[in-house]
Ligand binder design. Sequence first.
Ligand SMILES: C[S@@+](CC[C@H](N)C(=O)[O-])C[C@H]1O[C@@H](n2cnc3c(N)ncnc32)[C@H](O)[C@@H]1O
Length: 286
Amino acid sequence: MTQRAEGERSETEPSGILCDMTGQTGEGTFVTTGWKPSPQVAVEAEQLAGRLGLPYVRRSVGLERLYARTGARFALVVERTQRTLHMRGRRVALRFHGGMGLVRLRHALAGRPDGMLLACDLRPGEVVIDATAGLCGDALLAAHAVGPGGRVIAVEKSPLLAAVVAHGLAHTRLSPHAADAARRRITLVTQDHLAYLAGCPDKSVDLVFFEPMFDAPAARLEEFEILAAVADPSPVREAALREAARVARRRVVLQVHRDSDAVERLGLRPLPVGRSSVTRYGVLDL
Ligand SMILES: C[S@@+](CC[C@H](N)C(=O)[O-])C[C@H]1O[C@@H](n2cnc3c(N)ncnc32)[C@H](O)[C@@H]1O
Protein backbone atom coordinates (compact mmCIF):
# COMPACT_ATOMS: atom_id res chain seq x y z
CA MET A 1 0.00 0.00 0.00
CA THR A 2 1.28 3.47 -0.79
CA GLN A 3 1.90 5.23 2.52
CA ARG A 4 0.77 8.83 2.62
CA ALA A 5 1.29 11.43 5.29
CA GLU A 6 -1.66 12.58 7.39
CA GLY A 7 -3.77 15.01 5.41
CA GLU A 8 -1.99 14.31 2.14
CA ARG A 9 -4.40 13.59 -0.66
CA SER A 10 -3.88 11.99 -4.02
CA GLU A 11 -5.78 12.95 -7.09
CA THR A 12 -4.72 9.90 -8.98
CA GLU A 13 -6.94 10.45 -11.98
CA PRO A 14 -5.81 7.75 -14.36
CA SER A 15 -4.90 8.94 -17.81
CA GLY A 16 -5.95 7.41 -21.09
CA ILE A 17 -9.66 7.14 -20.31
CA LEU A 18 -11.58 7.53 -23.51
CA CYS A 19 -14.22 10.18 -23.66
CA ASP A 20 -17.04 7.69 -24.15
CA MET A 21 -16.01 5.45 -21.25
CA THR A 22 -16.18 7.79 -18.28
CA GLY A 23 -19.88 7.70 -17.50
CA GLN A 24 -21.23 4.23 -16.75
CA THR A 25 -23.80 5.07 -19.40
CA GLY A 26 -21.11 5.12 -22.08
CA GLU A 27 -21.90 8.70 -23.00
CA GLY A 28 -19.25 11.40 -23.24
CA THR A 29 -17.85 14.06 -20.98
CA PHE A 30 -15.90 17.26 -21.53
CA VAL A 31 -14.02 19.47 -19.11
CA THR A 32 -14.62 23.21 -19.12
CA THR A 33 -14.51 26.21 -16.77
CA GLY A 34 -17.05 28.63 -15.32
CA TRP A 35 -17.69 31.91 -17.12
CA LYS A 36 -14.67 34.19 -17.56
CA PRO A 37 -12.09 31.98 -15.87
CA SER A 38 -8.74 33.36 -14.77
CA PRO A 39 -5.83 32.12 -16.92
CA GLN A 40 -4.78 29.93 -13.97
CA VAL A 41 -8.19 28.22 -13.76
CA ALA A 42 -8.23 27.67 -17.54
CA VAL A 43 -4.81 25.98 -17.32
CA GLU A 44 -5.98 23.87 -14.37
CA ALA A 45 -9.04 22.73 -16.36
CA GLU A 46 -6.95 21.89 -19.39
CA GLN A 47 -4.49 19.91 -17.27
CA LEU A 48 -7.31 18.04 -15.52
CA ALA A 49 -8.80 17.18 -18.92
CA GLY A 50 -5.39 15.86 -19.98
CA ARG A 51 -5.06 13.68 -16.86
CA LEU A 52 -8.56 12.29 -17.34
CA GLY A 53 -8.11 11.75 -21.08
CA LEU A 54 -11.12 14.00 -21.78
CA PRO A 55 -11.55 16.87 -24.23
CA TYR A 56 -11.12 20.40 -22.87
CA VAL A 57 -13.75 22.80 -24.23
CA ARG A 58 -13.31 26.56 -23.83
CA ARG A 59 -16.34 28.09 -22.09
CA SER A 60 -17.74 30.44 -24.72
CA VAL A 61 -21.44 29.60 -24.40
CA GLY A 62 -23.82 27.96 -21.90
CA LEU A 63 -23.44 24.29 -20.98
CA GLU A 64 -26.58 23.21 -22.85
CA ARG A 65 -25.13 24.66 -26.08
CA LEU A 66 -21.84 22.87 -25.37
CA TYR A 67 -23.65 19.55 -24.82
CA ALA A 68 -25.43 20.04 -28.15
CA ARG A 69 -22.20 20.97 -29.92
CA THR A 70 -20.15 18.06 -28.52
CA GLY A 71 -22.83 15.39 -28.14
CA ALA A 72 -21.64 14.89 -24.55
CA ARG A 73 -23.86 14.07 -21.59
CA PHE A 74 -21.63 15.30 -18.74
CA ALA A 75 -19.58 18.45 -18.13
CA LEU A 76 -16.89 18.65 -15.47
CA VAL A 77 -16.65 22.35 -14.61
CA VAL A 78 -13.49 23.75 -13.01
CA GLU A 79 -13.80 26.97 -11.03
CA ARG A 80 -11.47 28.75 -8.63
CA THR A 81 -13.08 27.28 -5.51
CA GLN A 82 -14.75 24.08 -6.68
CA ARG A 83 -15.24 21.41 -9.32
CA THR A 84 -18.79 20.49 -10.25
CA LEU A 85 -20.21 17.70 -12.38
CA HIS A 86 -23.16 18.64 -14.60
CA MET A 87 -25.48 16.41 -16.59
CA ARG A 88 -27.39 17.39 -19.72
CA GLY A 89 -30.98 18.40 -18.93
CA ARG A 90 -30.35 18.84 -15.17
CA ARG A 91 -30.18 22.20 -13.43
CA VAL A 92 -28.51 20.94 -10.27
CA ALA A 93 -24.85 19.92 -10.35
CA LEU A 94 -23.00 17.40 -8.23
CA ARG A 95 -20.55 19.11 -5.89
CA PHE A 96 -18.70 18.28 -2.68
CA HIS A 97 -20.33 19.93 0.32
CA GLY A 98 -20.19 17.27 3.01
CA GLY A 99 -23.85 16.47 2.26
CA MET A 100 -25.53 13.80 4.34
CA GLY A 101 -22.21 12.98 5.98
CA LEU A 102 -22.17 16.45 7.51
CA VAL A 103 -25.77 16.14 8.72
CA ARG A 104 -25.00 12.74 10.25
CA LEU A 105 -21.82 14.06 11.86
CA ARG A 106 -23.80 16.88 13.48
CA HIS A 107 -26.26 14.28 14.78
CA ALA A 108 -23.41 12.12 16.08
CA LEU A 109 -21.91 15.14 17.87
CA ALA A 110 -25.33 15.66 19.49
CA GLY A 111 -25.19 12.06 20.75
CA ARG A 112 -27.53 10.45 18.21
CA PRO A 113 -26.58 6.87 17.22
CA ASP A 114 -25.44 6.27 13.62
CA GLY A 115 -25.84 2.84 12.00
CA MET A 116 -22.51 2.90 10.20
CA LEU A 117 -20.60 4.00 13.30
CA LEU A 118 -22.33 1.31 15.39
CA ALA A 119 -21.48 -1.36 12.80
CA CYS A 120 -17.84 -0.27 12.54
CA ASP A 121 -17.30 0.47 16.26
CA LEU A 122 -14.24 2.57 15.36
CA ARG A 123 -11.60 3.45 17.93
CA PRO A 124 -9.27 6.45 18.16
CA GLY A 125 -6.15 6.09 16.04
CA GLU A 126 -7.56 3.43 13.71
CA VAL A 127 -6.89 3.32 9.97
CA VAL A 128 -9.92 2.65 7.77
CA ILE A 129 -10.34 1.89 4.09
CA ASP A 130 -13.69 3.12 2.78
CA ALA A 131 -13.70 0.98 -0.36
CA THR A 132 -16.71 2.72 -1.93
CA ALA A 133 -16.03 6.41 -1.33
CA GLY A 134 -18.86 8.06 -3.32
CA LEU A 135 -19.28 11.56 -1.88
CA CYS A 136 -17.28 10.55 1.22
CA GLY A 137 -20.18 10.94 3.65
CA ASP A 138 -19.31 7.71 5.46
CA ALA A 139 -15.61 8.49 5.16
CA LEU A 140 -16.24 11.80 6.95
CA LEU A 141 -17.97 10.07 9.85
CA ALA A 142 -15.28 7.41 10.04
CA ALA A 143 -12.56 10.08 9.97
CA HIS A 144 -14.27 11.83 12.87
CA ALA A 145 -14.55 8.58 14.84
CA VAL A 146 -10.86 7.64 14.47
CA GLY A 147 -9.80 11.11 15.64
CA PRO A 148 -6.57 13.03 15.07
CA GLY A 149 -4.35 9.92 15.29
CA GLY A 150 -6.35 7.95 12.74
CA ARG A 151 -7.04 8.25 9.02
CA VAL A 152 -9.35 7.09 6.25
CA ILE A 153 -8.32 5.98 2.78
CA ALA A 154 -11.36 6.45 0.55
CA VAL A 155 -11.28 4.48 -2.71
CA GLU A 156 -13.48 5.55 -5.63
CA LYS A 157 -13.57 3.96 -9.05
CA SER A 158 -15.38 6.70 -10.97
CA PRO A 159 -12.75 9.23 -12.13
CA LEU A 160 -15.41 11.94 -12.60
CA LEU A 161 -16.76 11.56 -9.09
CA ALA A 162 -13.24 11.35 -7.70
CA ALA A 163 -12.24 14.55 -9.52
CA VAL A 164 -15.06 16.45 -7.80
CA VAL A 165 -14.60 14.88 -4.36
CA ALA A 166 -10.78 15.00 -4.25
CA HIS A 167 -10.85 18.73 -4.93
CA GLY A 168 -13.64 19.24 -2.39
CA LEU A 169 -11.76 17.32 0.30
CA ALA A 170 -8.67 19.40 -0.31
CA HIS A 171 -10.31 22.83 -0.54
CA THR A 172 -13.84 22.96 0.92
CA ARG A 173 -14.00 24.22 4.50
CA LEU A 174 -16.66 22.36 6.46
CA SER A 175 -18.44 23.48 9.58
CA PRO A 176 -18.40 22.60 12.46
CA HIS A 177 -14.67 22.43 13.14
CA ALA A 178 -14.88 18.67 13.91
CA ALA A 179 -16.09 18.05 10.33
CA ASP A 180 -13.31 20.16 8.87
CA ALA A 181 -10.72 18.30 10.94
CA ALA A 182 -12.26 15.00 9.78
CA ARG A 183 -12.09 15.92 6.06
CA ARG A 184 -8.34 16.52 6.43
CA ARG A 185 -7.90 12.93 7.61
CA ILE A 186 -9.30 11.50 4.35
CA THR A 187 -7.06 10.48 1.47
CA LEU A 188 -8.91 9.86 -1.79
CA VAL A 189 -7.61 7.21 -4.17
CA THR A 190 -9.08 6.85 -7.66
CA GLN A 191 -8.99 3.12 -8.32
CA ASP A 192 -11.05 -0.06 -8.34
CA HIS A 193 -11.10 -1.26 -4.74
CA LEU A 194 -10.14 -4.81 -5.70
CA ALA A 195 -6.94 -3.57 -7.34
CA TYR A 196 -6.25 -1.21 -4.44
CA LEU A 197 -6.79 -3.87 -1.77
CA ALA A 198 -4.71 -6.39 -3.73
CA GLY A 199 -1.78 -3.97 -3.41
CA CYS A 200 -2.12 -3.61 0.39
CA PRO A 201 -0.02 -5.74 2.80
CA ASP A 202 -1.74 -8.23 5.14
CA LYS A 203 -3.30 -6.68 8.26
CA SER A 204 -2.20 -3.17 7.30
CA VAL A 205 -5.40 -1.33 8.29
CA ASP A 206 -7.96 -1.81 11.05
CA LEU A 207 -11.22 -1.93 9.12
CA VAL A 208 -12.51 -2.05 5.53
CA PHE A 209 -15.98 -0.66 4.80
CA PHE A 210 -18.09 -1.27 1.67
CA GLU A 211 -21.35 0.37 0.64
CA PRO A 212 -22.19 -0.54 -2.98
CA MET A 213 -24.81 1.36 -4.97
CA PHE A 214 -28.48 0.59 -4.43
CA ASP A 215 -31.78 2.21 -5.40
CA ALA A 216 -33.20 4.48 -2.72
CA PRO A 217 -35.73 7.32 -2.65
CA ALA A 218 -32.84 9.80 -2.34
CA ALA A 219 -31.78 8.70 -5.84
CA ARG A 220 -34.69 10.76 -7.15
CA LEU A 221 -32.87 13.96 -6.20
CA GLU A 222 -31.09 15.40 -9.24
CA GLU A 223 -27.73 15.37 -7.45
CA PHE A 224 -28.05 11.65 -6.74
CA GLU A 225 -29.23 11.02 -10.27
CA ILE A 226 -25.89 12.39 -11.48
CA LEU A 227 -24.03 10.30 -8.91
CA ALA A 228 -25.89 7.18 -10.04
CA ALA A 229 -25.14 7.96 -13.69
CA VAL A 230 -21.36 8.05 -13.19
CA ALA A 231 -20.91 5.63 -10.26
CA ASP A 232 -20.04 1.96 -10.61
CA PRO A 233 -23.30 0.09 -9.90
CA SER A 234 -21.69 -3.34 -9.34
CA PRO A 235 -22.29 -5.28 -6.13
CA VAL A 236 -19.28 -6.12 -3.94
CA ARG A 237 -17.50 -9.16 -5.36
CA GLU A 238 -16.38 -12.11 -3.25
CA ALA A 239 -12.78 -11.51 -4.34
CA ALA A 240 -12.89 -7.95 -2.95
CA LEU A 241 -14.28 -9.21 0.35
CA ARG A 242 -11.53 -11.84 0.55
CA GLU A 243 -8.88 -9.18 -0.04
CA ALA A 244 -10.51 -6.93 2.57
CA ALA A 245 -10.41 -9.78 5.11
CA ARG A 246 -6.69 -10.21 4.40
CA VAL A 247 -5.89 -6.48 4.64
CA ALA A 248 -7.97 -5.63 7.74
CA ARG A 249 -6.82 -6.44 11.28
CA ARG A 250 -10.15 -6.12 13.07
CA ARG A 251 -13.30 -6.00 10.94
CA VAL A 252 -14.86 -5.83 7.48
CA VAL A 253 -18.27 -4.13 7.24
CA LEU A 254 -20.75 -4.29 4.37
CA GLN A 255 -23.74 -1.94 4.16
CA VAL A 256 -26.45 -2.88 1.67
CA HIS A 257 -30.13 -2.21 1.01
CA ARG A 258 -32.33 -3.89 3.63
CA ASP A 259 -33.84 -6.20 0.96
CA SER A 260 -30.43 -7.38 -0.26
CA ASP A 261 -29.29 -10.95 0.44
CA ALA A 262 -25.60 -9.99 -0.01
CA VAL A 263 -24.84 -10.25 3.74
CA GLU A 264 -25.79 -13.93 3.87
CA ARG A 265 -24.51 -14.68 0.37
CA LEU A 266 -21.05 -13.39 1.28
CA GLY A 267 -21.03 -15.21 4.62
CA LEU A 268 -21.10 -12.14 6.87
CA ARG A 269 -22.70 -11.89 10.31
CA PRO A 270 -25.92 -9.91 9.94
CA LEU A 271 -26.51 -7.10 12.43
CA PRO A 272 -30.08 -6.38 13.58
CA VAL A 273 -31.95 -4.15 11.12
CA GLY A 274 -33.53 -0.96 12.49
CA ARG A 275 -37.30 -0.86 11.91
CA SER A 276 -37.18 2.33 9.82
CA SER A 277 -33.75 1.69 8.32
CA VAL A 278 -33.37 1.55 4.52
CA THR A 279 -30.11 -0.35 4.86
CA ARG A 280 -28.64 -3.26 6.79
CA TYR A 281 -25.12 -4.27 7.81
CA GLY A 282 -23.09 -7.44 7.73
CA VAL A 283 -19.75 -7.76 9.52
CA LEU A 284 -16.78 -10.08 9.44
CA ASP A 285 -14.80 -10.07 12.71
CA LEU A 286 -11.17 -11.01 12.20
C1 LIG B 1 -23.45 4.02 -2.54
S1 LIG B 1 -22.04 4.88 -3.10
C2 LIG B 1 -21.14 5.12 -1.61
C3 LIG B 1 -21.61 6.30 -0.85
C4 LIG B 1 -20.66 6.68 0.25
N1 LIG B 1 -20.59 5.65 1.28
C5 LIG B 1 -21.02 8.02 0.85
O1 LIG B 1 -21.28 8.10 2.07
O2 LIG B 1 -21.03 9.02 0.11
C6 LIG B 1 -21.02 3.64 -3.83
C7 LIG B 1 -19.76 4.22 -4.47
O3 LIG B 1 -18.82 3.17 -4.62
C8 LIG B 1 -18.20 3.29 -5.89
N2 LIG B 1 -17.73 1.95 -6.28
C9 LIG B 1 -18.48 0.89 -6.69
N3 LIG B 1 -17.69 -0.16 -6.99
C10 LIG B 1 -16.41 0.24 -6.73
C11 LIG B 1 -15.15 -0.40 -6.86
N4 LIG B 1 -15.05 -1.65 -7.32
N5 LIG B 1 -14.05 0.28 -6.50
C12 LIG B 1 -14.15 1.56 -6.03
N6 LIG B 1 -15.32 2.24 -5.94
C13 LIG B 1 -16.44 1.58 -6.28
C14 LIG B 1 -19.29 3.81 -6.79
O4 LIG B 1 -18.74 4.42 -7.95
C15 LIG B 1 -20.00 4.80 -5.85
O5 LIG B 1 -19.43 6.07 -5.93
